[in-house]
Design a protein around this ligand. Structure first.
Ligand code: G3H
Ligand code: ZN
Length: 288
């Protein structure tokens, strides 16, 4: 079975992107997996620090691993936006396939220092166990919080400078970079800016590592396709999943107020997430 590293390489070669979707519960996990399996494309499930503390670190690893091994299917688990070395180390130890150290708010020097610590630790584990954990880091600032916002928050959307990105990758040895190229985290009611595809191209060329687009919710289809053909290999979506889930659940409760069977109440919410993920995966994998 292909590793995550191999899947990313293949996505790059084919000019498509792997979808990364966050989960907070089992329902979203199954919905994401069902959508990916239907289309037969690799998929990454992510947990932020908050999501991880709700789902459980070891539980998330066991869940993803059990499906991957049972079905021989390329589904992977990412530690999304972890804010310190200890949190990243714990996820590497627990068996995550990839980790993101998010030092975007730190100074360049501090970001380099902790990112390098994460990379060194991942490599030391690989030497001892042959478990290959991909390390991603962030440069530039795209804001935080996968929720609905009226406008782009102050200070978010500081674009990544290609020269600085090159230096950052050289100094840290990361496997993948999350640059700031126009998107911001969350669903912005007043709309998101366009992705700067030329900037994506330049950063990809200068750094030589695969690029990850964060803040996918609410972006226009054309922005995704431009970003992917310019050098994005993974796309992150979270807020849209949360909205699909909550809207589905609200409707379910309103439609059948007397229902008490949890899995029956949750089914419409799962279907809503599955539909949403399927349409994004089709777009990212050039299947429309
Ligand atoms: O890491 C998570 C993503 O970047 C989610 O961003 O909530 O705007 O979809 P989003
Ligand atoms: Zn993100």
């Amino acid at each position: 079975m292909k590793t995550l590293r191999e899947c990313v390489k293949e996505a790059e070669e084919n000019k498509v992107a792997i979808g990364h979707f966050n989960i907070s519960n089992l329902e979203a996990f199954h919905a994401i997996y069902n959508a990916a399996k239907k289309l037969n494309v690799p998929v990454i499930v992510g947990v932020s620090e908050g999501e991880e503390s709700f789902v459980g670190k070891e539980e998330a690893v066991a869940l993803v691993r059990s499906i991957r091994e049972r079905d021989n299917y390329p589904i992977f688990l990412n530690a999304d936006h972890h804010s310190n070395f200890e949190a990243v180390r714990a996820c590497i130890d627990a068996g995550f396939d990839s980790v993101i150290f998010d030092g975007a708010k730190l100074s360049f020097e501090e970001n380099v220092k902790i990112t390098k610590e994460c990379v060194d630790y991942a490599r030391s584990v690989t030497r001892k166990t042959s478990r290959d954990t991909i390390v991603e880091a962030e440069l530039g600032y795209i804001g935080s919080g996968s929720n609905i916002k009226d406008t782009i928050p102050e200070g978010a959307g500081i674009l990544t400078k290609p020269e600085e990105a090159k230096k950052f990758v050289e100094m840290t040895g990361i496997d993948m970079l999350a640059p700031s190229v126009g998107s911001v985290h969350g669903l912005i009611k007043s709309g998101k800016p366009h992705i700067d595809a030329e900037l994506v191209k330049e950063i990809r060329k200068k750094t030589g590592v695969p690029l990850v687009l964060h803040g996918g919710s609410g972006l226009r289809d054309v922005d995704f396709t431009n970003a992917i053909t310019s050098g994005i290999s993974i796309v992150h979506i979270n807020t849209e999943i949360r909205i699909a889930y909550v809207e589905g659940l609200k409707k379910s409760l309103a439609d059948k107020p007397d229902e008490v069977v949890p899995y029956k109440i949750s089914a419409p919410a799962m279907n809503a997430v599955e539909e949403m993920v399927e349409s994004r995966l089709k777009l990212f994998n050039n299947m429309e």
